[in-house]
Design a protein around this ligand. Structure first.
Ligand SMILES: NC(=O)c1ccc[n+]([C@@H]2O[C@H](COP(=O)([O-])OP(=O)(O)OC[C@H]3O[C@@H](n4cnc5c(N)ncnc54)[C@H](OP(=O)(O)O)[C@@H]3O)[C@@H](O)[C@H]2O)c1
Length: 246
């Protein structure tokens, strides 16, 4: 399946940002998720809600194919059990990275079953040796990082380790915890956001960013473009301060 009119431009812009990143210490990080008009990623905590339309789903798969790695939190693995592969277009499956400080990822998680680059599970010293062995036995590579201030995985360190292995681009597909942490740490370079014409009144995609200070210090997009796609809208932009010309 080729690109649809409208998606070509978004893909081209996202690709140009990846190429312009040119940093050796961490890959270019693209936040990509679907939200309702009122900014929700799911209708109910602990549940999966289908938000985007068919065309936007195809775009998601095209974006997956455009990145070398795809990163999600263990919350998403437990709730959605996503495959995180490229099915709705042609292209290579990105390497899966699960952020999971206590190794709650089940060995039967679908994204671990695929025949592709060894999946990574980024964890902390909080994880038990038994869980490490359990996941290594099904072919995952367990990577340990320092703990962040709340005991979670140090995302910057995960990105540094990915860069050290030659990964230049990573797509961050959620969920809310990971999106918020990436924004709070200033690690996101660009966003491809799908906005669907629905109001969910559920769990917001971006949670508390008050730690960043006043509103003008919070993440802001530059070089913004918007595109209608099916019934959805796609917003693409580069995070302020990431100094790229897309
Ligand atoms: N609409 C969309 O595009 C989309 C995409 C993906 C997911 N979702 C939805 O999002 C929901 C899941 O979101 P979620 O917030 O519960 O889970 P999440 O963001 O996928 O994962 C969060 C979990 O990751 C672990 N973690 C470890 N280090 C972390 C760090 N530095 N920062 C943040 N998290 C860290 C924590 O669990 P531990 O303490 O156990 O390590 C944390 O609870 C589901 O309802 C899913 O359907 C929607």
């Amino acid at each position: 399946m080729g690109s649809m009119p409208g998606t070509e431009l978004i893909l081209e812009r996202a690709q140009r940002v990846i190429e312009a990143c040119g940093r050796a210490d961490r890959p270019c990080a693209t936040l990509s998720y679907a939200q309702s008009l009122d900014g929700c990623i799911t209708a109910q905590a602990g549940e999966s809600t289908r938000i985007s339309g068919e065309e936007s789903m195809v775009l998601t798969h095209q974006l997956r194919a455009a990145h070398q790695a795809i990163l999600v939190g263990v919350g998403t693995v437990l709730v959605d059990d996503p495959r995180l592969d490229v099915r709705l277009t042609e292209g290579q499956d990105p390497r899966v990275v699960i952020v999971d400080s206590g190794l709650r990822t089940p060995t039967h998680a679908r994204c671990l079953q695929l025949e592709r680059a060894t999946p990574w599970i980024a964890t902390t010293s909080r994880a038990s040796e038994e869980s490490r062995e359990r996941l290594q036995q099904v072919g995952a590579r367990v990577v340990t990082t320092a703990q962040n201030s709340t005991g979670g995985v140090d995302l910057e360190e995960v990105l540094r380790q990915l860069a050290a292995e030659g990964v230049r681009s990573v797509m961050i597909e959620g969920g809310a915890g990971i999106i918020t942490s990436m924004l709070a740490a200033g690690l996101a370079d660009q966003v491809v956001l799908t906005i669907a014409p629905t109001m969910l009144g559920g769990v917001r995609a971006v949670q508390d960013l008050r730690q960043l200070g006043s509103a003008d210090l919070r993440p802001r997009l530059e070089q913004v473009t918007t595109h209608p796609l099916g019934d959805d809208w796609i917003v693409h932009g580069v995070f302020r301060g990431h100094g790229m010309t897309s």
